[in-house]
Design a protein around this ligand. Structure first.
Ligand code: SAM
Length: 501
């Protein structure tokens, strides 16, 4: 089997595509598995690929290297509030006598998500909630599931968890990680499930609530549609489905009805009953907003605030939630502007807090998500910054700032091929973007590609020569270097590469 055939196999079996820079990830994973299985000899590579089609265990082992298991406790807490304040009380009230409410997390990775749900329910209803709610977590990745069952977590898993909750439900291990309380660990079931495999196990039928968060971003539109159809079938007639905040609208294929509660969007199997009183406008069904490069550029400056204020908010919350429109909360434009100002002042935590409600809506403006990614990057949270930037690319695969940021992050993580791929796309999108050229020059230099590095430094310097005002292209983060220093740095780099500009 060829690499292309392996890619087709992985796409059809797992729904994951390994085109572009992802191919690099696939090649590396195959090399690691080949080494682990001690495949040697001239035909080792082809033999290994052929084995994949026949050996389910080997396919599982490779899958573990290919999946992105990024997750943490109390991620997107607005969904937990939606659960405990609204959905769970309703489902609990309406369930048939003696039957627990069934909650399923698909793509649960290492378990933080279903365990967070259990903790939130325990906090609300105590141990009675274990009898009232049955929680299962499902994932494709066997190794992630084994870690979920083990229930030991590194400090990064607690980045969004209230320390009081950590103290209540975890015990510190001498090794530096934290062990989840057995009573929580034993109250969640885990199973392996490939969302693309058919049919789903019978025992999964009849869910009251499905969490399907931060996974669809890795699927293309036909795969997302297929998965939504199948998950809808698993739901009880009065069931609900929750996607990640930035993914909801991109999964609105009409199988389920989009609903909103306090600014949080989710899907219901039942169409909403007509509300008494004046009619409200239902949310429009449209794909996520595409950002043209000029708009993305404008987002880095404050003009976008005026654009939003002038044209009225595109956020569904302000259209459909009268309580929000009446309350004296800042408008999205004001919030975004304030987040920008805080970012420029390096007050990153405060900026993220201000930005949070803007990113917690299915019609999230990619500019808001981009700013969030940039702040996370500035805070050094590279994995989550990259994941957020990739969410921007779901809405607009050519979003300039997200591409440049992913280039930077990939370089920082030592993945020069991926960095180059993102930066070349950015330059294709906007050929006169000096930060993309400067960053690409750094990648080329690091890769020992002197000629290409010289060319890129030269272009970056020519673009910078337009004057200090072009520094604004670098985005909202405070510049590490002044315009003068930056030019001197690039000139010095060029000189070292044997070329005086
Ligand atoms: C980024 S994690 C999301 C974790 C969690 N849902 C959250 O929001 O924090 C995505 C998970 O989806 C899983 N996954 C990828 N493809 C899958 C598939 N075809 N079927 C089931 N799970 C899949 C991966 O193994 C990974 O653990």
């Amino acid at each position: 089997m060829s690499l292309e055939a392996a890619k087709t196999l992985l796409k059809s079996r797992l729904g994951l595509s390994f085109e572009g820079h992802w191919e690099h990830l696939l090649r590396r994973a195959i090399e690691r598995r080949q080494a682990a299985t001690r495949a040697t000899g001239a035909s080792a590579h082809l033999d290994y690929l052929a084995r994949l089609a026949l050996d389910a265990e080997e396919l599982d082992a490779l899958t573990s290297l290919l999946t992105i298991n990024e997750t943490y406790f109390y991620r997107e807490p607005e969904h937990l509030r939606l659960l405990t304040d609204h959905l769970a009380p309703e489902l609990r009230r309406n369930r048939p006598p003696g039957r627990p409410v069934r909650i399923l997390c698909v793509g649960c990775a290492t378990g933080e998500e279903p365990y967070s749900i259990r903790m939130a329910l325990r906090e609300r209803w105590g141990e009675q909630s274990d009898r009232d709610f049955a929680i299962s977590g499902a994932d494709l990745d066997r190794e992630a599931l084994a870690a979920a069952r083990r229930g030991h977590y590194r400090p990064l898993a607690f980045r969004a968890l209230d320390p009081a909750l950590r103290a209540r439900w975890f015990t510190a291990n001498p090794e530096g990680d934290w062990r989840l309380a057995d009573s929580i660990r034993g109250s969640v079931e885990f199973l392996q499930l490939n969302l693309l495999a058919t049919p789903y196990p019978d025992e999964l039928q009849g869910q009251d609530l499905i969490f399907y968060r931060n996974l669809s971003i890795y699927f293309d539109a036909p795969t997302r549609q297929l998965v939504m159809a199948r998950l809808s079938d698993l739901l009880q007639p009065a069931g609900y489905l929750i996607l990640g905040v930035a993914e909801t609208l991109a999964n609105d294929f009409g199988f389920l009805t989009l609903r909103e509660q306090g600014g949080v969007w989710f899907f219901a199997k039942q169409p909403a009953a007509p509300a008494p009183g004046p009619k409200t406008t239902p949310p429009r069904r449209k794909p996520p907003i595409r950002v043209r490069p000029a708009v993305a550029e404008a987002a880095a400056r404050s003009r976008i605030g005026d654009r939003e204020a002038g044209s009225g908010s595109r956020l569904p919350t302000s259209r459909t939630s009268p309580s929000l429109t009446r309350s004296p909360v800042p408008s999205p434009a004001q919030r975004y502007q304030e987040a920008l100002t805080l970012t420029q002042a390096e007050r990153y935590t405060a900026a993220l807090e201000i930005l949070a409600p803007l990113c917690a809506t299915p019609e999230v403006d990619p500019a808001h998500l981009t700013l969030r990614a940039q702040i996370l990057y500035a805070q050094g949270d590279l994995d989550v910054a990259a994941e957020t930037a990739r969410q921007v690319l779901v809405a607009d695969p050519w979003a300039l700032e997200a591409l440049v940021l992913l280039g930077r992050i990939s370089r920082a993580q030592g993945d020069l091929d991926a960095a180059v791929e993102h930066l070349r796309r950015a330059i294709y999108q906007q050929p006169d973007h000096w930060p993309a050229h400067g960053e690409l020059a750094e990648c080329r230099r690091a890769a020992g590609q002197d000629e290409a590095a010289r060319r890129e430094y030269g272009i970056a310097l020519r673009l910078l020569a337009a004057g200090p005002e072009v520094l604004a292209q670098a985005g909202p983060l405070p510049p590490a270097l002044t315009w003068m220093d930056l030019r001197q740095l690039y000139q010095a780099r060029l000189a070292r590469l044997g070329h005086l500009n």
